[in-house]
Design a protein around this ligand. Sequence first.
Ligand code: NAP
Ligand code: F7E
Length: 327
Amino acid sequence: MSRKRALVTGITGQDGSYLAEFLLEQGYQVIGMVRRSSTVNFDRIAHLQELEALDIVQGDLLDQMSLIDILREYDPQEVYNLAAQSFVPTSWRQPVLTGEFTALGVTRVLDAIRIVNPDIRFYQASSSEMFGKVMEVPQTESTPFYPRSPYGVAKVYGHWITVNYRESYNLYACSGILFNHESPRRGLEFVTHKVTHAAARIKLGLQNELRLGNLEAQRDWGYAGDYVQAMWLMLQQDEPDDYVVSTGETHSVRELCEVAFSYLGLNYEEHVVIDEKFYRPAEVDLLIGDATKAHTQLGWKPSVDFPGLIRLMVDADLEALRTEGYG
Ligand code: NAP
Ligand code: F7E
């Protein structure tokens, strides 16, 4: 029997690497779409690259034909659209580009599916940033959206075009509304990794100060390895639907600093410096998700709690620095 095939856009990102690992473990042939660049940056998937069940192909969310050609050539049964400009502050600096990738890119993938094979099952990486200035606490699948950044606005478009193509063309298309999820593979500009990495460097005497923005912002932080399993589960149901994926707990950036620094026997107040540069033009103050639907219909539950997540990231940062010869 031939393997099931899945196309993953954004395979070089945090989630793409965990999803690829998970799908390969399930026996899939994984087709990873990467955009062309002058230098190859496959750090997160380097350990998978030699596997016969992984094909890396060039394509871009900005280029419709590349998407159509990939679907024609590889004939996947499932497509996971994880590619996006995903850093919120950049979305104010590059709002049009963010809209092209993160919003219209979704339509390009959906159109490619509609044209090549409407039986393909589609997952869209939607975001809790769509809730923005929250209209309800906690947030569920029916909470109205009020995005607070060009990124959030683009994700609202991506969500609704997914729903629209499901309703217009009867596609099996799902939108996963995932709350913040982190890991040692998280980009260093995101606040969790920025804090755990700096705490580890301070512990080893490599720096003394950490400059941050709004310490009072609250997020529902989970572990990326858990969240990619929810993506897959969404595409294994009888009917397509949209799901919130979250832990149901919220913590502030200040608490994040406390947990990371105290784990290393440090006092964050002696190192953290507030820098206006990291404040946003419009902030998302509080996110907390209610994932009851994912629990009951998908049987999905997170396995890593907030302190456990932060400690595993600190441990990984320390380990990486020691491997580089520090400490
Ligand atoms: P990430 O680490 O920033 O990865 C983004 C990926 O998208 C990278 O592989 C990047 O490729 C690729 N990409 C960007 N623009 C592209 C284009 N024009 N064509 C093809 N590929 C392109 O993001 P992540 O944290 O893994 O998140 C995955 C998805 O989930 C994103 O859509 C994000 O917006 C969404 N999301 C994330 C979270 C979270 O907490 N992590 C929560 C909710 C939703 P390069 O390596 O070439 O840059
Ligand atoms: O910020 C505050 C900042 O950049 C979290 C993306 O994956 O999750 C992510 O978006 C909070 C914000 O993530 C700094 O103001 C304080 O309130 O880690 P972040 P995000 O903006 O929540 C969602 C779900 C996505 O979909 C996105 O793609 O932390 N904060 N000081 C800071 N944030 C950063 N980055 N840097 C600071 O120095």
